[in-house]
Design a protein around this ligand. Sequence first.
Ligand code: NDP
Length: 334
Amino acid sequence: MVKVLLTGGSGFIAAHIVDILLQHGFDTVVTVRSDEKGKQILKAHPDASKEKLSYVIVQDVAKDGAFDEAVKSSPPFDYVLHTASPFHFNVQDPVKDFLDPAIKGTTGILKAIKAYAPTVKRVVITSSFAAIVNPDQHPKVYSEKEWNPVTWEEGLDHSKVYRASKTFAEKAAWEFVEQEKPNFDIATINPPLVFGPVVHYLNSLEAINTSNQRMRNLIRGDMKEKLAPSGTFLWVDVRDVALAHVRAIEVPEAGGERFFVTAGIFTNKDIADVIRDTHPELESKLPPKDSPSDLPKDIYGYDNSKSQNVLGIKYVPLKKTVVDTVDSLLAIGA
Ligand code: NDP
């Protein structure tokens, strides 16, 4: 059987990756920070046997040798998917809270695999559009060719540190492969804002993952007076992001490649309009119907053809994503 180690198994995106790995027949071991989260994941998959799904604890990816035991835990691993990395806006210490776990977490798992898991053929790393975007000088069209030019000093700014953490972590991964020439290759998945259904077993409305927060805020009336700025204008459905990770281990040509996975352009107004249409009972919580769109006239374009051609992703449209996300939020009490 083909065996995969998935880090950050309790995360929003990882929860969907687990489902696809199991559907595609992989034996799956997830890393989680606590026994409680591991047990919740097993309980939510009662049909998966102990061989099919298990967990191992990695409390802090930033610690030296954090993954050494995990990669040795249940050999032989064939593939590793590394999703664990902080994504929130609660910055106290930019280095400790973001840069260390993102960068050391990524190099740490690569070092551990090289040292202790010689059977691993490929590592897929969840990078981000954050490692692509050039916010001060958008290109005409974004693709895998672009890199965020952020410097370390700029990255210490609290408003830039998340994007910097993803940029430096991805760069460190490519440098590791270049310098260490390990037995495995890598691929990165670079999504922009990820929306989509939350899994009920890991979520409460208060602790909803960062990228779905605008959806929760919209339906609980936080933008009733005024739509919040969209900020980023590119999005993708979580199920497409999860599938891209799994396809990146299944498709041989994905090795050594970056994949910009995006379904296209959106604004918060587009989301509000879909909700108004599909959930009329939420109308009183939504911003006024004639709220202006904040889409810039000269909005950048995007090229997602590589993800379609190599990974075979067929993107879920915004309407379905919004409906499924809202329904999942209503199911946990929104
Ligand atoms: P979540 O916050 O839901 O998941 C993050 C996961 O990483 C959780 O399992 C979390 O564990 C774990 N984690 C964070 N810090 C540490 C640490 N120091 N040690 C051990 N585990 C840690 O976020 P997403 O699912 O949205 O994000 C997953 C990945 O996708 C991240 O790499 C993120 O940067 C990337 N991404 C996300 C996008 C989005 O819009 N959602 C867009 C682009 C990229 P715990 O839950 O126990 O804290």
